[in-house]
Design a protein around this ligand. Sequence first.
Ligand SMILES: Nc1nc2c(c(=O)[nH]1)N[C@H]1C(S)=C(S)[C@@H](COP(=O)(O)OP(=O)(O)OC[C@H]3O[C@@H](n4cnc5c(=O)[nH]c(N)nc54)[C@H](O)[C@@H]3O)O[C@H]1N2
Ligand SMILES: Nc1nc2c(c(=O)[nH]1)N[C@H]1C(S)=C(S)[C@@H](COP(=O)(O)OP(=O)(O)OC[C@H]3O[C@@H](n4cnc5c(=O)[nH]c(N)nc54)[C@H](O)[C@@H]3O)O[C@H]1N2
Ligand code: SF4
Ligand SMILES: [Mo]
Length: 738
Amino acid sequence: MTARTAFRTCPLCEATCGLEIEIENEKVKRIRGDRADPFSKGFICPKGSTLKQLHEDPDRLQTPMVRRGGEWLAVSWHEAYVEIERRLLPIIDEHGPDAVAIYIGNPVAHNFHASLVARTLVKALRTKNIFSASTVDQMPKQVACAHMFGGGLIVPVPDLDRTDYLLMLGANPYESNGSLATAPDWPGRLEAIRARGGQVVVVDPRRSKTAEHADRWVPIRPGTDAALLLGMIHVLFERDLVRPGLLEGHLNGIDEVRRAVAPFTPAAVEAFTGVPASTIEQLTADLATAPTAAVYGRIGTHTVSFGTLAAWGVDVLNALTGNLDRPGGAMFPMATSMGRGKKARQFVSGRWRSRVRDLPEFFGELPVATLVDEIETPGQGQVRALVTIAGNPVLTIPDSERVDTALGTLEFMVAIDPYLNETTRHAHVVLPPPSLLEKSHFDIYFQAYSLRNFAKYSPAAFETDHPTEFEILGRLAALISRLGVDVDPDVLTDMAVATLVQAAVSDPLSPIHGRDAGDVIAALAGLRGPEKILDLLIRNGSRGDAFGAVPDGLTLARLAAEPHGIDFGPLVPRIPEVLATPSGKVELAPGPIIADLSRLEAAMHVRANGELLLVGRRQLRSNNSWLHNVEVMMKGKDRCTLHIHADDARRLGLTDGGMAAVTSRVGKVEATVELTDSIMRGVVSLPYGWGHDRAGARLSVASRYPGVNTNILTDSEPLDPLSGNAVLNGIPVTVAPA
Ligand SMILES: Nc1nc2c(c(=O)[nH]1)N[C@H]1C(S)=C(S)[C@@H](COP(=O)(O)OP(=O)(O)OC[C@H]3O[C@@H](n4cnc5c(=O)[nH]c(N)nc54)[C@H](O)[C@@H]3O)O[C@H]1N2
Ligand SMILES: Nc1nc2c(c(=O)[nH]1)N[C@H]1C(S)=C(S)[C@@H](COP(=O)(O)OP(=O)(O)OC[C@H]3O[C@@H](n4cnc5c(=O)[nH]c(N)nc54)[C@H](O)[C@@H]3O)O[C@H]1N2
Ligand code: SF4
Ligand SMILES: [Mo]
């Protein structure tokens, strides 16, 4: 018997917990939290250990699949690429590059094998039809931060471990484990705030598990957080509580903000949000007078039609109370694979626009809510082919019934995915990655949101010949660039490295500016694949050795020598160095944001007509749309239920355990009713990520617990105009007994 232990980071959510994987005879014996990981200290949630079940899942594809009619054939990698070349290239030749769309799903952000090359594939496609899960998620925050701080990855995170007061809106980290604020064990960190005498306040239409564990739950009418935040800013000025402190000289636009918030009186905001004026005044006073405080908003504040305004309001409050960029406030992390400084640039969007709805591009992508329009609507530039990477848009983007039908009409679709699921069943070719344990891991993105400066690299727990996304996407890019299906992947890597090195040595902000590109490339010679690029990013990054110039600096080898990761300590103040606005200051009153306030004001004068508003909810044992094929996650009672307040249920004739028909402008679903007093009257909630009842998917466990797809009810029409983000919360619905 051979036994060994592998250490790695869990790639399933943003918390980045360390895992200790016991392996016997090359099989996973058990997975538990890595107690020696200095960041997670052994914490793990129920999902972490499912890497074993995912690795062993008989439904997980082991070879590429080609569909001929309704028949799936297992084929070799070579045959799969030949099929793609044969069917995709003629579509581009005949109809132009825009005829092919690409959709990049959430797991790409957790997978450096994919994220390092996704851009290369996008570039090779030369299409404007680039979509991702970002516009059903965090795009409003990226846009707000680009306007205020100069970049979409310059995002302040709440310093949970040192704060005295946390105001949290539209986030439920007891289930989600946190987002755009990476830390293992959010629940423990929140409890520690209270244990040291601090306060946690949760604003949510539902008394979520997080709200239950907080000092105070503030119910709010869905979709109105922006108004609440503006009301609080109004009170700050009115009561003379504005105290930027050390930030004083780094803020532009305080007076514009003061003028802009004038209409948002607590009384006006109360009528719209349902939050009493006295509560608004109290929250503001508490925030302003706490020794340190942080405001933090997530999915519930972002995936609504005023998402960018809310994202902005959060950081205006942080700045005006002196909490931006100070310990215990909202701070800027420093990722090891990114540079310290960034070239100042004015944020622009709309460099191109979508064909059908004329919607602007944001950060190089179009709003995914309009993907369906681009597939359905005939004419020059119609999308006829689709590439999906780690995404399940049939369950995750609005107006799913239409999305499902539209994907069925595509002339050709390629999916890079381990499963034949609701989306990939429409593909003609599926290219599966190896299991998560067969890939090395490094968190490129989540380090940029991490509540401590922390880095970890883990080699694959199991060796395999199975290509990872790095090779798969690289080969696709090569094939689309007419380099054929037989290119040497190492040649592709070297081309990518050469481009990156050239950019670094000519970038005045890079620590290797002016160096000889050939010398730098030679120093990377011992590495291959994504590790070669990663070493370059780390050595050229914020703590890097700059290829010898910083003797104690970080290299991939030094990082890999610490299997539990390296803790570089708590976050440190970074203003002004972190800012990349043309002024070099924090822009509190960016033009497009101030201009959008009139839309919010207008909405505040529209009286609600008494309809119910649907919101979502995440669950600890789900992972977006894709962990439902693991039996241990599915035990226990049905969780895909419609939460409704008992008073509303009585009025509508609904009973606990009975069936309800939920109807929106675009769709209808039937779900089991669960009466609860943990939701506001007038609001109903369905969890998201369910709906595994589609014929043709191969998910033997999930299909036994299908649940209903809430995105059949969400509407692709309304968007947050400042970010193109979809509206997934606050959907008007009617509910009746089914
Ligand atoms: N277990 C688990 N963990 C996950 C995921 C998962 O699916 N399962 N998904 C991961 C991903 S991709 C992400 S982005 C993160 C998201 O992490 P979170 O942002 O914490 O997301 P949710 O748990 O959906 O919490 C959103 C909350 O917003 C509330 N809400 C809805 N509408 C409104 C509103 O208008 N205003 C306010 N104030 N609140 C509102 C909902 O009731 C809900 O409690 O979680 C990640 N972690
Ligand atoms: N109504 C409503 N809709 C929502 C949300 C909501 O709160 N409410 N949340 C939104 C948010 S925050 C997000 S992030 C999106 C997520 O939307 P998507 O990214 O479209 O969906 P996921 O469920 O994350 O899809 C994961 C897919 O990747 C595959 N996969 C898993 N691991 C790997 C891997 O290592 N490699 C590859 N190649 N594939 C892999 C899975 O099989 C699955 O097909 O959904 C959004 N949609
Ligand atoms: S909290 Fe997230 S990172 Fe930690 S074990 Fe659970 S799924 Fe993995
Ligand atoms: Mo997400």
